[in-house]
Structure formats: C-alpha cells, structure tokens
Design a protein. Structure first.
Length: 246
C-alpha cells in the first residue's frame, strides 16, 4: 500500500477524491492525502474537522475480501493505527469498532466506504483522520471535551511521514492476511487486549435505535456482545458507541 501517494495542499475530502478516482482506474494501494480538508466527512454524516497539522488520508483497496468480511477492513485499520502510535510511545486504545482513543478522548476516526459486486467487495476506500499536530482549540468547541490531538496529549509532535509509512505497512500486512482468509480472527486476541470499550457501561447507536448495556466481549467476527440486562445479551454487528462511563 502507498503507491502512488497523491498529495495535495487542500482537498474537500480525501474519501471523495479516492472514490472518484477509483472509478477512473486508480490502482489498488493508492493513497489520497491532503494537508487540510475543507469538507472532511465522519461517520453518520457528520462533518470531520481537518485543519493543517493533522493526518488526513484515504487508502484504496481493490477486491480486498468477501462482503461478509467488510467490517474487518475498519477493525484492522484501527489496529494498524494503534500499533503505529504505540510503537512511538503513544498509549493509544481502540474504542469499538474503529475509533482510536488517547487518554480517553478520540484522537482518530476511520470512515470506510464499500463498493460491492455480488458477494465480493469490489473496492473500498478506507479514510483515516488522525488528529496529530495541532492545538485542540482548532477542534470545534462542542467536541473538545471528548476529542483531542496527539500534540495536546503528549506535548510533542508526531513524525507524520514515519507514522503514515508505519500505518500503511501494518495495513498491508493485515489486509494480505484478510485476503488470504485470515482476517480479524487472526489478530482477535491482540485487538481485544487493546480495546478500551470492554467492561464499560455504554450506549450504542444501531441505526436509529439506542441500546444500553455493558460491553462484555468482542466476538471473533468483530461483533460486540452487550449485556442489556442481567443475563440478557444482545449482539451488535455494526453500531457506534455514543458514550461510555470512562
Ligand atoms: C469518524 O466519524 O470517526 C470517521 C472520521 C474519518 C475522517 C477521515 S479524514 C480522511 C478521510 N476523508 C474524509 O472526509 N473522512 C476520512
């Protein structure tokens, strides 16, 4: 992954550019990145603040896996980011399914967009937004209590080229395994050990529905097991943890 890398000072959204170029034959492994985004997008149709100093990039993968394994793409990307940050002494954690937390606050988000052909993923763009080297007052005021930047938490800037190279190397390794049929299950133990969500009382958005419970386990297929009442569990395949006690 990482060939070519298409850099621009400014883009509306690296995911949008990658989706557009994917239709025009951009090859597998290409990375679209930008110094800043003017229309960065998050999950659930939210805006994603993307000032200069952050890392905003999107990886295009072609025929990565069967459609039923599509959720693995983001789970594995989260692991790649977490590994890279930890190797640099930044104590990152994963918030299920694919946010990265630093000192309990969100420092990175991942937005995967999938284009399927029958039972296969034809191509996917995996957008990664890492709040690296800018002061938190550049984040919108309403999210400052739950979002942060690496610079703010550690006091020193992240080496962005090195971090990008590391994340791409890790993703490459994990996605090759996924393509060969060893997806999330192969790294399940490591992933679970880095997951900050387990054991917490959480509220999860599942579509329009809100489900409360205690996050008891992640299953080998990546789904979350919630205990919604004593002895009653509910499996959430895809959703977003809205709040947690920590
Ligand atoms: C989330 O809501 O947590 C996902 C945020 C994803 C942001 C990244 S930044 C690079 C790429 N381009 C976008 O417009 N979004 C993703």
């Amino acid at each position: 992954l990482g060939s070519p890398i298409l850099w621009a000072e400014s883009r509306a959204s690296t995911n949008d550019t990658a989706l557009e170029l994917a239709e025009k034959g951009l090859p597998h492994g290409a990375v679209v990145t930008a110094g800043e985004q003017t229309g960065g997008r998050g999950r659930r149709d939210r805006a994603w603040a993307s000032p200069r100093g952050g890392m905003w990039f999107t990886v295009l993968v072609r025929n990565p896996c069967a459609l039923r394994h599509a959720p693995d793409l983001t789970l594995l990307a989260a692991l790649a980011v977490c590994r890279s940050l930890r190797s640099q002494g930044v104590p990152a954690w994963i918030k299920w399914p694919n946010d990265i937390l630093l000192n309990g606050k969100k420092v990175c988000g991942i937005l995967a967009q999938i284009r399927a052909e029958g039972e296969m993923v034809d191509h996917a763009v995996i957008g990664i937004g890492l709040n690296a080297n800018f002061p938190i007052d550049e984040l919108p005021e309403d999210i400052r209590h739950r979002a942060t930047t690496v610079l703010h938490e550690t006091g020193s800037p992240l080496d962005r080229p090195r971090t990008l190279a590391q994340i791409l190397t890790e993703m490459d390794r994990l996605y090759r395994d996924l393509r060969d049929g060893r997806g999330f299950e192969a790294v399940y133990a490591e992933w679970t050990s880095l997951c900050a969500t387990l054991g917490q009382a959480v509220e999860v958005a599942v579509g329009e529905e809100r489900v409360r419970g205690i996050a008891r386990a992640i299953q080998p297929d990546g789904s979350l097991v919630l205990e919604t009442a004593p002895g009653v569990t509910r499996i959430v395949v895809s959703g977003e943890v809205l709040f947690s006690e920590r």
